[in-house]
Design a protein around this ligand. Structure first.
Ligand SMILES: Cc1ncc(COP(=O)(O)O)c(C=O)c1O
Length: 421
């Protein structure tokens, strides 16, 4: 795998050629947003130049625009292995969609009903549910184990009861990379008749998502984290989306997804999302096919997308192992999250660490001067840095790998860290 030639893939991403500090910039900032291939930029420009219109019109550009929008919904349904395109709701970002849908779900709940959230989650999957407490909903929080940052399923089981109506949990932590056992949590939720809301924003660029195999009820992600433009997407089981009462204007459609796609959407963005899905489809056919498992029952674009994300996982895991081995050898480095190589299938390639005697921000600034782009702080996973008692002192440094990162970049980043360790 170290020998794999990424240049045919990297050349498709114009930003990956940016020069900084005398070399090509190293983008380890993916958990905050990935770079986009040229075809995404082209699709957005093409939309604006040739098919820019509001939807549902009788004239040519509106009809052509509607084809793009339907294509984007179908593309997302294929990426997530959803039943149908009308289970896909587009919006400006995950946070806005979660506030909107959680309020609609809140209309189904009675005073004294309970919602479970976790301390491992981004605040966008906490604050919208905490807000339901204003209406008499009881919101309980599941703890994580601070030694390896894994979710405590025993605590989840202890806090689950007949009044639990919703569990809101992340597929993977954007701060420390832990992947949660979603299928198991879905079983736990359904054992008491609760719905499972999954935040897959951080997980999405790192592995295949199959909402049917997971058994969840809703799943939300953000295309700008998987090589598309800034936007958010919710998948929900059709009967649930149909049942919920949306906050909407009267003339807007009453069926999903229209009733949740409030106002005019960013159509050019949906054109870009479809192009990102096309990028992944081709990746699955080329980069993915030779070394990924087969997926019985899948064919066409759904198979290619699964192969692409499985290939990404297969490439990223040893790359991350190499990175973590180098990090752990740096004197004075504290590492947060799962560090056992044999458990790397339970985490994403997102490293959270600190260096003794330097604030995370100082480390990020040093790396920035060397052309290595990482984030420092809490990344809105505030409950995580609070629980680890790191919030007051600046959180952690987060270096997140993506499939377009190379072994050379990892070694260079490690060398830059050793300079100040
Ligand atoms: C795990 C996770 N959830 C939610 C969000 C919020 O996503 P958005 O920016 O689309 O609102 C992020 C963004 O960083 C994230 O990483």
């Amino acid at each position: 795998m170290p020998g794999i030639d990424l240049s045919p893939l990297r050349v498709q991403f114009p930003a990956l050629a940016i020069k900084d500090a005398g070399r090509t910039a190293v983008f380890f900032d993916g958990p905050g947003g990935t770079q986009v291939p040229q075809r995404v930029i082209d699709a957005m420009s093409h939309y604006l130049a040739h098919t820019n219109a509001n939807h549902g019109g009788a004239f040519r550009t509106s009809r052509e625009s509607d084809v793009v929008l339907l294509g984007a919904h179908q593309g997302m349904a294929d990426l997530l292995n959803a039943d149908a395109a009308n289970e896909i709701v587009f919006g400006p970002n995950m946070t806005t969609l979660t506030f909107a849908l959680s309020r609609a779900i809140g209309r189904e709940l009675a005073e004294g009903d309970e919602v479970l959230i976790t301390r491992l989650d981004h605040d966008a999957n906490r604050a919208p549910w905490l807000a339901l407490a204003e209406r008499g909903i009881v919101v309980n929080e599941v703890e994580f184990d601070p030694t390896d940052c894994t979710l405590r399923l025993d605590d989840l089981a202890a806090k689950l009861n007949a009044r639990t109506r919703v569990i809101a949990v992340g597929y993977a932590s954007n701060a420390v990379g832990t992947i949660n056992p979603i299928a198991r949590i879905a079983e736990m939720a359904h054992s008491v008749g609760a719905w499972l809301w999954v935040d897959a924003v951080h997980y999405a660029p790192h592995g295949p998502i199959d909402v049917q195999a997971l058994g969840c009820d809703f799943l939300v992600c953000s295309p700008y984290k998987f090589f598309g433009p800034h936007s958010g997407v919710v998948w929900g089981k059709y009967e649930l989306l149909e049942r919920l009462r949306a906050y909407k204007v009267r003339p807007a459609g009453n069926l999903p997804p229209d009733k949740f796609e409030t106002g005019t959407q960013s159509h050019e963005t949906q054109a870009g999302v479809l192009a990102a899905i096309d990028y992944l489809t081709e990746l699955g056919e080329e980069f993915g096919a030779p070394f990924t498992p087969q997926f019985p029952g899948f064919s066409g674009r759904r198979l290619a997308l699964k192969q692409a994300l499985a290939a990404i996982q297969a490439y990223e895991q040893p790359l991350f192992e190499h990175f973590v081995a180098g990090l752990l050898a740096i004197p004075g480095l504290s590492f947060y999250g799962i560090r056992a190589f044999d458990r790397f299938d339970r985490r994403t390639p997102t490293a959270a660490f600190r260096l003794t005697g330097r604030s995370p921000q100082q480390v990020a600034e040093h790396l920035a001067r060397r052309g290595v782009y990482v984030w420092a702080g809490n990344f809105y996973a505030l409950a995580v840095t609070e629980r680890l008692e790191l919030e007051e002192s600046g959180g952690v440094v987060r270096a997140g790998l993506a499939h377009y990162n190379t072994y050379e970049e990892v070694d260079y980043c490690l060398a830059c860290l050793r300079e100040i360790a």
